[in-house]
Design a binder for this molecule. Structure first.
Ligand SMILES: [Mn+2]
Length: 424
């Protein structure tokens, strides 16, 4: 389904005057040129939505369906189209292979194109056994001690690159779930060497203008060790592969209280941060809605991302993606909430007075340093988000619009109650 642009305009109209007054209020604190700059940055910012995020979420204990789920890749792209129409921030999709192999590449491309959606990073999957596959990944894939399993996993990643090439994607994300459940299960050095050799084989097949993004995670699905457990290991492997390989940071893939903003700063200074997965967590890799638990943390991370984007030309532009699970929520509502949280943190980080901060840091005025960051964090930047959306034809209040337009009801009428999306 598609929303009639007129419907969005009609929803925006009554709130426009109030919005303008809120925006004027911000102009009493920040210069007009800064506000203009932030609004433009927000309009340009696009976050990819993964093709596996549009179906009902759940945990390993259960899954609660909600009706109107997308039953095909085409419908998933249409759902992203709806979110993009409302927010103007979801202009990309990140495909998971083999869950979402396009049957008709040309048709899928044309559909995405008509909705203003591009194909961001491709995701391979060697954490599950695939139907009819000769080798099992039970004991690992790219790092397995079994050569045939390693070769099959490398082959799969190359196939994902080939599909991505046809779609116009420009990067491959490898999240290697390989690890050990028990001490002594494997030799740490052997599996790391295998992982490196396999990644190099995949890297050799990358098109000239592509990137290889290497994700890390400390534990889960294996509970004793993970082959690529932290940013240092990923960084080392990316360096071993070459200049087109980068580290990908997933917010949930850290042990509790890890200083993620420092990791971001370190990687960007080395020009090696390539991708970013958004989510939030309380205990582990909870994949909660972005900004739902630790919004100040998210702001501090964005503060480093903005600094890096402005000061590290050696770092490439990043592949942004939401990697969360809505669990009991309507996924589309959850994704709208996540996009809002991302833009809020980004806008706040753009408001940080960097000159004043530098001066306070040089003068070791610790109190002032904290005040400068928190001044930005405590600013209600939502009028800036609304202004950006208003200018690009989105809804000023996307979540409210989603509800008022009764999108879920319309999707259920169109697709029924019983469809089940492919994926986890
Ligand atoms: Mn991830």
């Amino acid at each position: 389904m598609r929303i009639d642009q007129q419907e969005i305009r009609e929803l925006n109209n009554p709130g426009t005057d109030t919005h303008k007054r809120c925006l004027e209020g911000l102009k009493t604190v920040y210069s007009e040129s800064l506000i203009e700059r932030v609004v433009n940055r927000l309009s340009d910012f696009q976050v990819a939505l993964p093709s596996w995020a549009l179906g009902a979420g759940g945990t390993r204990f259960g899954r609660f369906s909600y009706g109107g789920e997308p039953g095909s890749l085409e419908q998933k792209i249409e759902d992203i189209g709806v979110i993009h129409q409302l927010t103007k921030t979801a202009g990309a999709v990140s495909l998971h292979i083999p869950w979402d192999i396009p049957k008709d590449v040309q048709a899928v491309k044309e559909l995405a194109d008509s909705l203003g959606i591009t194909f961001d990073a491709m995701n391979s999957n060697t954490f599950q056994d695939q139907e009819g596959a000769a080798e099992s990944y039970r004991y690992g894939s790219l790092s397995s001690v079994h050569q045939a399993a390693r070769e099959q996993a490398v082959e799969h990643n190359i196939e994902v690159i080939r599909i991505g090439e046809q779609l116009g994607s420009g990067s491959l994300t490898v999240w290697l779930a390989d690890g050990a459940n028990f001490p002594g299960q494997y030799n740490f050095q052997t599996v790391l060497k295998h992982a490196e050799d396999s990644l190099k084989k995949i890297y050799r097949e990358l098109p000239e203008d592509w990137k290889l993004l290497i994700e890390y995670k400390p534990y889960e699905p294996n509970f004793y060790s993970t082959v690529i457990q932290d940013w240092g290991t990923s960084f080392m492997l990316a360096n071993a592969c070459g200049e087109k390989a980068f580290t990908l940071v997933d917010l949930g893939h850290h042990l509790p209280n890890t200083n993620i903003e420092q990791i971001v700063a370190t990687l960007m200074s080395q020009g090696k941060l390539g991708g970013f997965h958004f989510n939030d967590s309380k205990y582990g890799d909870d994949d909660l809605t972005v900004g739902s638990v630790k919004p100040y943390n998210l702001f501090l991370i964005f503060n480093e991302l903005v600094y890096g984007m402005e000061n590290n030309p050696q770092n490439p532009s990043l592949a942004w993606m939401i990697d969360a699970s809505h669990n009991i929520k309507d996924p589309l509502e959850d994704l709208i909430q996540s996009l809002e949280a991302i833009l809020i943190a980004y806008a706040q980080a753009l408001l940080v007075d960097r000159e004043a901060l530098l001066e306070a840091q040089q003068g070791s005025d610790v109190v002032r340093c904290q005040e400068i960051l928190q001044d930005a964090y405590r600013t209600d930047v939502r009028p800036l988000l609304r202004e950006a959306r208003l200018r690009s034809g989105g809804a000023m209040y996307p979540l409210q619009a989603y509800r008022e337009l009764k999108i879920r009801k319309r999707l259920i009428e169109e697709r029924g109650m019983r469809v089940r999306a492919t994926g986890l």
